[in-house]
Design a protein around this ligand. Structure first.
Ligand code: ADE
Ligand code: ZN
Length: 325
């Protein structure tokens, strides 16, 4: 990895799905280890299949890919493989969404998921000087009652979660559907974040703020369609965790040059850059920063400001934050 400005810049990742870090190489290795059959003839065929038309076309392959994750060792290998890559490109803190429902539905226990991920997080801290936080994500295309059940099941591991989140198919699954479970999460002392305004309308961003009391909006790029909402997001300093390469690969925008990012920044929003599902979208944190630098001709000062926004918005203790500032 080059020793350049973007690599050295301490990058904090606030929007990452750990299951979206599964590179085809590891997917094939785990499939072999576990006797799972994949729908791809080889690694190249898997990569070639990552040609998405929208969020759902990606989600289909994302859920398919994670079928190789069965044991605690698999979850450990998934996470540590990613943490090593991230640390090598200058990432210093990772907040990962986890989709327990996607694993529980395949007969993988909560204990299995957590045993593997927590072991990898300890190694990241001790060996890579990489801090981590976990976000318990609910699949929004599943019933709200299932989300409540998952929150219940998370009980023994709740201390390891900083927040709850909301992901998967957005259209037709408004934040208000999850009012009750987010309220319960708040009672349990968890912070709240939600995907909103990725494919869904700006009203979903309002709902996430008003009904789920979120402190961060994941994506939020469709806020650009609503001037009043932009003013509110700026006034309340709501953090947007924007994922540029993801937005291009999922056809939220056709070309990065057309992305609303510069306009969102001009509107005074608290913007951060993130990688979402780097194994599927063609790049990690460094490449997301680099692609924006190329597309928008951003100065080092702008890129440093984006990185420092994420440090301030992270779920980390103040000692660690001070160290990274
Ligand atoms: N799950 C994984 N990646 C996602 C994304 N970009 N949007 C919604 N749900 C997701
Ligand atoms: Zn996401």
């Amino acid at each position: 990895m080059a020793d350049d400005f973007l690599t050295r810049l301490p990058k904090v990742e606030l929007h990452l799905h750990i299951e979206g870090t599964l590179e085809p190489e590891l997917m094939f290795a785990l499939a072999e280890r576990n006797g799972v059959k994949l729908p791809y003839s080889d690694i190249e065929a898997a990569r070639a299949a990552y040609d998405f038309t929208d969020l759902q076309s990606f989600l289909d392959l994302y859920f398919q890919g994670m079928s190789v994750l069965l044991t605690a060792r698999d979850f450990h290998d998934l996470a540590i493989d990613y943490f090593r890559r991230a640390a090598a490109e200058g990432v210093v803190h990772v907040e990962m969404h986890i989709d327990p429902q996607a694993h529980l539905a395949r007969g993988v226990s909560f204990a299995t998921i957590m045993e593997g991920l927590l072991a990898a997080c300890r190694e990241a801290r001790d060996e890579l000087d990489l801090s981590t936080a976990m976000i318990l994500a609910f699949l929004r295309d599943q019933p709200a009652e299932d989300a409540l059940q998952v929150l219940e099941q998370a009980g023994p591991w709740l201390e390891h979660f900083s927040a709850v989140g909301l992901d998967s198919a957005e259209q037709g699954n408004p934040p208000s559907k999850f009012r009750e479970v987010f309220h319960r999460a708040a009672e349990l002392g968890l912070a709240r974040v939600a995907h909103a305004g990725e494919e869904g309308p700006p009203t979903y961003i309002r709902e996430a703020l008003d009904e789920l009391d979120v402190c961060r909006i994941d994506h939020g790029v469709r806020a650009i369609e609503d001037v009043e909402l932009l003013e509110r997001l700026a006034d309340e300093s709501i953090v947007l965790t924007v994922c540029p390469l993801s937005n291009v690969r999922l056809k939220v925008v056709e070309h990065l040059e057309q992305h609303s990012l510069p306009r969102l920044i001009d509107a005074g929003l608290n913007i951060t850059l993130n990688s979402d599902d780097p194994a599927y979208f063609g790049g990690g944190m460094r490449e997301n920063f680099a692609a924006c630098q190329r597309a928008f001709d951003w100065s080092d000062e702008t890129l440093s400001w984006l990185a420092s926004n994420a440090i301030e918005a992270a779920f980390m203790d103040e000692q660690r934050r001070d160290l990274l500032r």
